[in-house]
Design a protein around this ligand. Sequence first.
Ligand SMILES: [Zn+2]
Ligand SMILES: [Zn+2]
Length: 357
Amino acid sequence: MRGLVWDGSELALVDDLLHRPPGPGEVVVEIATAGLCHSDLNPIDGKITQEVPVVLGHEAVGRIVERGPGVRLPIGTRVVLSVFRPCGACEHCRAGRRTACRRTAEPAATPFSRDGLPVQQFVRTGAFAERTVVSQSQAIPIPEELPDAEAAMLGCATVTAFGAVEERARVRRGETVLVVGAGGIGLNVVLAARAAGAGRIIVCDRNPRKHDIAVACGATDFFVTPEASDVAKACLDTVPDGADAAFECVGRADLLNATIASLGWGGRAVIVGLPSADTELSLRIRSLFHDKALLGCRMGSVDPRTALPELARRALAGEFSLTPLVTRVAPPSEAGDLIADLRRGELERGFFDLRGV
Ligand SMILES: [Zn+2]
Ligand SMILES: [Zn+2]
């Protein structure tokens, strides 16, 4: 089968990728569409240590085409993939706190190979391929009505953003929200803030092109902020008392400091963007004195098995629309182009169509 393989120096579309049969509790998912997330660039940019060669991709929708022993989901079930592989048995899993399961990110034996040699599976999903093998706990049934690209987006960008707003910052009706960075996740945060009834939604990005889409998603104020120092100024000029909730969606220490500096008393800052592992934050401790909070957030801090179907239901009910965020759907042969567009800030979300590639 075909798949996009990063070998440490080149991203290539290969056609001789193989996968092993599903083991106990595993399913083979035929991928329809997979989103290109910034995290997929981390191995390419050397921001994380990743064994190569590797099949990238983790935000995807597809169908179960094969089942290992003990799988209950029927063949043909339409599923969204989740990077989490919870054990299902520990105290956190039993209590529904799947993101707290210590075993969600345990390395698993890769299902992929090429020429008899293993090819790694990026974050236990490896979705830039015609098929992948995952645990049934990572395959979450999703309604047929939601279009492919939007369904794929639910699995990473949307669940992260809505979880950050609703579960982590607990944004209440009428509150002021600041969103730093209007990429795929940042714009989903804007949608979530509007759905939560935020009164004012201030969006900052260095790219002026993001104005229209940010406003379409619900931004009430948009500022072009070439430097991190522009962010707090823009926010505090707009709301002198500061933001009630602020989301750093880029993954830069200087922007996180600006996010914290934008908070009002009782404000919550949520770390949504992920910097490289060795990035450090220098912070004046007193900047959090007035009942402010700095919060980490792992994929929205919610259980994807309950959160994804609920988000799909809300999207289908018209509570929010992911359609404007689907900028481009391309064949995997255009991977170089799509990645260049992402780096230039020209994509809200780009996707690969993997059907019959
Ligand atoms: Zn992602
Ligand atoms: Zn567990």
